[in-house]
Design a protein around this ligand. Structure first.
Ligand code: MD6
Ligand code: FE
Length: 224
């Protein structure tokens, strides 16, 4: 039965309306948490520096043999790899020939808390993909489908320069929404949105006070 609405009070718990401006609902089970990571960004970047000292960002090749415009690395038990053999997750970094650096505690806690904030309890990521964008780098519309466990959400953290994020539908042909993601913004999606097409427009050059002329994106997944 529809709720009777009293015109003199705002129903703060009406979940059809987003009243909190720091929370942008993209679709069912997909939300942008604006500035969610801002307060801990300096710590995240410190952790990131030690990860990248062992497993640096590098340009991977697509299965078709083209270099990706984004540079990637990973931390956690599994790392995302792309080469002539295809897209997949590997336990070892093909560059260092060692295990990927472990996922730092501040990364794990951020991913777990953000997932909870978005309604996904007990998210324990086993992989964090690190994408580095310089001016012009982009990510074409794609689905994240190399993970075995689609029941877990994905948590995506933006650091450094802002970028325009494209959030589409379940078919590539659906016209995507376009949202500007800023330093500290976190996107969480899962459930019915887990297979949505999404991408990043070519990065516009600029200078960020913590990261300089780049954008870094961390995406946390549960692969197995
Ligand atoms: C990026 N992100 O923001 C690219 N995938 O640089 C992604 O491809 C992505 O943000 C799955 C879930 C969230 C994401
Ligand atoms: Fe993705």
């Amino acid at each position: 039965m529809p709720k009777k609405s009293d015109p003199f009070t705002i129903d703060l718990f009406d979940d059809d309306i987003e009243i909190n401006p720091n929370r942008i609902k993209l679709a069912e089970d997909a939300v942008v948490l604006r500035g969610y990571a801002s307060a801990i960004a300096v710590d995240l970047i410190k952790s990131l520096d030690s990860i990248l000292a062992h497993s640096p960002l590098r340009q991977m090749q697509t299965p078709n043999g083209y270099p990706m415009s984004v540079r990637t690395a990973s931390c956690g038990a599994l790392g995302w790899v792309s080469d002539a053999q295809g897209y997949r997750y590997e336990r070892k970094d093909p560059l260092s020939k060692q295990s990927w650096p472990p996922m730092p505690q501040n990364f794990i806690e951020l991913a777990n808390n953000a997932a909870k904030e978005a309604g996904f309890n007990d998210f324990t990521p086993d992989s964090c993909l690190i994408n580095g964008y310089l001016a012009g780098a982009k990510m074409s519309l794609h689905q994240d489908k190399n993970e075995r466990d689609f029941s877990a959400p994905i948590v995506s953290v933006s650091l450094g320069l802002p970028a325009f994020f494209l959030f589409g539908g379940n078919a590539r042909s659906e016209r995507p929404q376009r949202h500007r993601l800023e330093h500290g913004d976190v996107v969480v999606w899962g459930g019915s949105s887990r297979m949505k097409f999404h991408g990043i427009e070519p990065l516009i050059d600029g200078i960020h006070q913590l990261l300089g002329r780049q954008r870094i994106n961390l995406t946390f997944r549960k692969v197995i």
